[in-house]
Design a protein around this ligand. Structure first.
Ligand code: GAR
Length: 217
């Protein structure tokens, strides 16, 4: 039985599209049953609709600081669709710790840095300002703290001296689109175990993934 997944978005939805594409494969252990946006103008809604995935808009703005009120509507929508797992894809709304607890171990997020470095806003600018030579993206389980939680998968890219936030974010986005479907495959396939603050993966391939940057002659 495929696990029933909701993707929550606020904007462009390119990670959403990567997850939808991956879930089309017959052997993928999850199906995307709904895309939910907290903004009616999220570009991703059209992309989801074009892929014949049901979409729901629950505007969060009218709720203001009433996070629990918004989450009650969200939970109702998730229940109605029989959702078992949640993927956040650029979902720009903080949750209450109650909601996070309820979905602990079942809700993933992606962030465009190698966490725990550079959480929060403008991670690409933060990486460039820090002068790191390697950056990347992280899929993690969601906990009440923003852009933190047990790390499921990371992908890395070299950072060049002439990178800008735009060039770096574009390169990292390519990595995001590769690792998010793989992380969901592991979760839906029952291959992740939480051990305290850590996430362990069963059956991971033993591969040398060394990345040294800058490359020198
Ligand atoms: C992605 O780069 C994602 O990693 C980031 O928002 C972007 C959404 O793009 N998420 C965060 O920064 C979370 N703190 P998308 O809508 O095209 O997937």
């Amino acid at each position: 039985m495929k696990r029933r997944v909701a993707i929550l978005i606020s904007g462009r939805g390119s990670n959403m599209a990567a997850l939808i594409d991956a879930a089309r494969a017959p052997d993928f252990p999850a199906e995307i049953v709904v895309v939910i946006s907290n903004r009616a103008d999220a570009q991703g809604l059209q992309r989801a609709g074009a892929s014949d995935i049901p979409t729901i808009v629950i505007e969060s703005k009218p709720f203001g600081k009433d996070r629990a009120g918004f989450e009650a509507m969200l939970q109702q929508a998730l229940d109605e669709k029989g959702v078992e797992l949640i993927c956040l894809g650029g979902f720009m709304r903080l949750f209450t710790s109650e909601f996070v607890q309820r979905w602990y171990g079942k809700m993933l997020n992606i962030h465009p840095s190698l966490l725990p470095s550079f959480p929060g806003l403008d991670p690409h600018g933060q990486a460039l300002a820090a002068g790191v030579k390697i950056s990347g993206a992280t899929v993690h389980f969601v906990i009440p703290e923003t852009d933190a939680g047990p790390i499921v998968m990371q992908g890395a890219v070299a950072v060049a001296d002439d990178d800008t936030s735009e060039t770096l974010s574009e390169r990292i986005l390519g990595i995001e689109h590769r690792i998010y479907p793989e992380a969901l495959r592991l979760l839906a396939g029952g291959r992740l175990q939480l051990a305290g603050d850590l996430c362990r993966v069963s059956g991971a391939a033993d591969r040398d993934g060394t990345l040294i940057a800058p490359a020198t002659n």
